[in-house]
Design a protein around this ligand. Structure first.
Ligand code: AMP
Ligand code: TRP
Length: 337
């Protein structure tokens, strides 16, 4: 088992990243070798201010560490430091089909009406993501639900490469295809955390309204304000999940509550059924402050220690390179280079 996953340094780390991905990153350390990547090459598919990008790379790294990822036993690094990603990306560009990319919903959402003016990188982005995974021959990829389609694409690319070149290797005494088909690990506390302002959209660092998300570095006052302003309806809480139908804002807040205390919707509703929405918001605020603020404070402390963070990334990159280099070399050999 080898776990690989990545997060883009294109804004603040938020509760969606935490509950959809980072909580799983942390728990997988117990059972697998883990490689966690700050995917800066992905971030530049939309324009990034160079100074802010630099600080965001450090912020994600600090977020990983403050959440409990052990950079000594596992690997944390940034993508642009390991050349194998871009090289493998080109090779897989020649394996993936245009028709496959045309089906990617994230591109359609991100490019919006302005498709002609989107970067080519934004369009081919899922192929670089496949390269990230396959360059390590990772077996498992913990992600939020929004990335499921991209992992399926990575599997299709791996399958086509295996078929096109029909090369098997011996692993643990068994004959295997060259690339593993990576398994997405979607289930987790909350596979899709929604925006606090509009529960039809996912919580995202790209949302122009900062009130739409809880950032891991938000302080107590800001968290209180954001939950107070979160969209609500006038009714009290139901005692069963059936009562959440057509109440997507409430469902989202219940999911966040359940995710943060490792519980589930049913138990949260059993506890709070019948109370006023405003009272539930107070409970939720306290829970977020209890669980998230210590992480945010640790992140801020780490972000002030720039050279220590940079050393973790450089050290991680050299270990990541040692793993991906032979896989890339073998890939090149198979192709005929
Ligand atoms: P990104 O910030 O787009 O690089 O996402 C990094 C990781 O966080 C991926 O595994 C995403 O699936 C996950 N993620 C991002 N936003 C959300 C969200 N709103 N709910 C759940 N998971 C999310
Ligand atoms: N595309 C992912 C996202 O936006 C980030 C990512 C890049 C990733 N490469 C990856 C996730 C490889 C898992 C594995 O969330």
């Amino acid at each position: 088992m080898r776990v690989f996953s990545g997060i883009q340094p294109s804004g603040n780390l938020h509760l969606g990243n935490y509950l959809g991905a980072i909580v799983k990153f942390v728990s997988l350390q117990e059972i697998s070798e883990c490689i966690y990547c700050v995917v800066d090459l992905h971030a530049i598919t939309t324009w990034q201010d160079p100074d802010i990008l630099k600080s965001n790379i450090r912020q994600i790294t600090a977020g990983f560490i403050a959440s409990g990822i052990n950079s000594k036993e596992h690997i944390i690094f940034n993508q642009s430091k390991v050349p194998c990603h871009a090289e493998m990306g080109w090779i897989l560009n020649c394996v993936a089909r245009v028709g496959w990319l045309n089906r990617m919903t994230q591109f359609k959402e991100k490019a919006g009406k302005n498709k002609e003016n989107a970067s080519v990188g934004l369009y081919t982005y899922p192929i670089l993501m496949a390269a990230d995974i396959l360059a390590y021959n990772a077996t498992h990829v913990p992600v939020g639900e929004d990335q499921k389609q991209h992992i399926e694409l990575a599997r299709d690319i791996a399958k086509k490469f295996n078929m096109d070149f029909n090369k098997t290797i011996i692993k643990n005494g068994y004959k295997n295809d060259f690339f593993n088909l990576p398994e997405p690990l979607i289930n987790g506390p909350v596979p899709r955390v929604m925006s606090l302002r509009d529960a039809s959209k996912k919580m995202s660092s790209n949302d122009p309204s900062d009130l739409s998300r809880i950032n891991l570095i938000d302080d107590e006052d800001l968290i209180q304000l954001k939950i107070r302003k979160a969209k609500t309806d006038p009714d009290s809480l139901p005692s069963e999940t059936l009562g959440l139908e057509n109440r997507s804002e409430l469902r989202n807040l219940i999911d966040i509550y359940a995710g943060l205390c490792s519980s589930d919707r049913d138990s949260v509703l059993q506890n709070f059924g019948g109370i006023q929405f405003s009272n539930f918001k107070k409970e939720l605020t306290d829970l977020i402050i209890e669980k998230i603020c210590p992480i945010g404070k640790e992140m801020k402390k780490l972000m002030n220690e720039e050279s220590a963070i940079d050393k973790i990334l450089t050290d991680g990159a050299s270990r990541a390179y040692e793993i991906s280099k032979p896989i890339l070399e073998e890939t090149k050999k198979i192709i005929g280079f």
